[in-house]
Design a binder for this molecule. Sequence first.
Ligand code: IFM
Length: 475
Amino acid sequence: MKATAEELGRWLAAELPSGFELGVATAAFQIEGAVHDAGRGPSGWDAFTAGPGNILNGDTADIACDHFHRVAEDVALMKDLGIDAYRFSIAWPRIVPDGAGAANPRGLDFYDHLVDALLAAGIKPMATLYHWDTPLPLEQAGGWLNRATAERFGDYASLVGGRLGDRVDKWVTINEPATVTLNGYGLGVHAPGKSLLFDALPTAHHQLLAHGFAVQALRSAGVSGGVGITNVHSPVVPADPDNLEDVAYAGLFDILHNRIFADPVLLGHYPQVPELVADMFAPLLDVPAADLAAISAPLDFYGLNYYAPTRVGAGAGGGENPDGSAPAMAQLPFHLADWPEYPSTGFGWPVAPAHFGTALAQMRDRYGSALPPVYITENGASFEDSLSPDGAVHDSRRVEYLVQHLSAALDAVKPGGRAEGLDLRGYYAWSLLDNFEWAAGYSQRFGLVHVDFDTLARTPKDSFRMFQALARERS
Ligand code: IFM
């Protein structure tokens, strides 16, 4: 007989080291809705979702989960879940609607209230300052192609740090700059929809610089919580390990996806790139030393998101990337290959927990003592879930995914594990709620809680029960 979700949660609870932090994560644009409320300005993502054909089924985030009006209900769900911490993001356009200037007090009030509600429920707030919703005026002025955007981000960080700095437990400056650079500016499948390929690379530097300015701003504001950044890591393997071209392109993709975002933060310099492609990376190789000093300022923790590994082969492909069809990919001399040996998620991503251990081992090997304590700030999977006649959502594949992945991460950092020595302090499941999954609209559900997007009713899934048992049964 198969173990129930609760039994699996109880079994995993016994594996957790003491003091290990458990949480769930969300992002403002994906759940809040209320895009015109309380003085919020438009963001680059509002403009992108309004563009024909950009989002599956023409979905928009105008209502999303309506979290803006349902904070009390969502905090109550988290209290019932029994988690230690909640990672949410602050919508930059709610705080600085025009992209520059004074703060919108009603925007700050919303997050002030959320933070207080979390603390009253015994949940520590982890606030992400940027989860992709750039104020539209800044996007129109070039967005992350423009260095001034990094300066405006520092100003915004200072406003938020000044207001919430006495209560937020951890600050994440930027979430997944790699996704913004690659999907948003390189391939055009995310906002702002630019297909610049390698010409998108200045956006990597400007986001990292924004991170550096935000670290300075938060420290100057005297925030009491820890400060870090979140990068998404995906171990990269060649389609054919005996094919030298596949090996070379896998190395190049590792640089593009992982190293250019982690090395400057943790080592203070961009990675070395093969001579043949040095011209393409020029915007990163010739940057002021003062920028690198700001980018590599010491952090209190490092946030790591893991979903799946990447397999790369030489030669152009059909233009597929993990977020679906990306026609610009077909212009590249490499492609992302399939993983037929693994089961896959609703998005078609391989379910490969052993590679999570590889991601952690790579972090330990590459960054050693330069790596501060690590929190898994996102891990999860989309599957097609539905309400059963018994009123429950039996998402057994998500239960399995979460149990296997957290267990693989814990095994990797144990004495004798592949990433022994890496100081892993916590794990945040993505996501609390089914939500607006960017270009895929509402078609990909990642939540521990099912959301009916017609009625907005919330129904905890079996994965919620598993996580609840995990949180409650810890010693
Ligand atoms: O939904 C996203 C999130 O916004 C960033 N990390 C990956 C998740 C799943 O695609």
